[in-house]
Write a protein that binds this ligand. Structure first.
Ligand SMILES: *Cc1c(COP(=O)(O)O)cnc(C)c1O
Length: 214
């Protein structure tokens, strides 16, 4: 199943799009299968869960942190992950810069639908926070990430992806130090087609690769 699912998605998307396998709750065996089928990037939501898997799988893939990062987990996260996609405050960026020993790549998470219960920064806060982060010594902002709202019809998410792409293009032109916009991470199992149409460079896929989570 995993093999067929990955091959099916791979055939449908342009070669330059990265598939991040979103592997929360999946076993090491399942993840290894996905890697054998060509998956090069893994997304995990919890530092502790990722640590166990990392110890068995190692750095044969790139590890993306896609959950909500707490300050007291930053040090450990830096040992496991190659990129943190969910920076949503200056405080967390400062903590990353403090413990990283080289310029560590991060994405800024955008709360594109401005949902109170969701993390991520509001679109109108982006320029200010980016300006602050760009002064930190050990961090590089490599792009943006968004979840978008939960919607019944995936088409309804399009405006939020479009907005995030506009922000991405805006940031590219700011010429802030330590900001090199390359990655736009958006789209999940039910919305990746729309995300790619709207400019995503990375899609984060769980269910459509591994089946429903238990
Ligand atoms: C779980 C998760 C995904 C993948 O969701 P699916 O609907 O299973 O494809 C993508 N991004 C984040 C941040 C997630 O937590």
């Amino acid at each position: 199943m995993i093999k067929e699912n990955i091959e099916k998605i791979r055939k449908l998307i342009p070669e330059n799009i990265t598939i991040i396998a979103a592997t929360k709750t999946r076993s090491v065996e399942e993840i290894k299968q996905a890697i054998e089928c060509g998956i090069t990037d893994i997304g995990e939501n919890y530092v502790q869960e990722a640590e166990k898997k990392f110890n068995e799988i190692g750095n044969i893939v790139r590890w993306h942190f896609i959950g909500h990062l707490q300050k007291n987990k930053v040090k450990k996260a830096l040992k496991i992950f190659d990129i943190i996609e969910t920076v949503d405050s200056f405080e967390i960026a400062k903590e990353i810069s403090k413990y990283a020993d080289k310029k560590f790549p991060v994405l800024i998470e955008i709360n594109s639908a401005k949902e109170k219960q969701k993390s991520g920064i509001y679109p109108e806060e982006l320029e200010k926070i980016l300006g602050e982060i760009s002064n930190l010594p050990n961090i590089t902002v490599s792009g943006l990430m968004t979840m978008g709202p939960f919607v019944e019809n995936p088409e309804e998410i399009r405006p939020y992806f479009r907005l995030t792409k506009q922000l991405f293009d805006f940031c590219s032109k700011l010429n802030f130090p330590n900001v090199h916009m390359k990655i736009l991470s958006m789209g999940m199992s039910d919305s990746w087609r729309i995300a790619i149409e709207e400019g995503a460079t990375c899609i984060r896929i769980g269910t459509a690769i591994f089946g429903p989570r238990k």
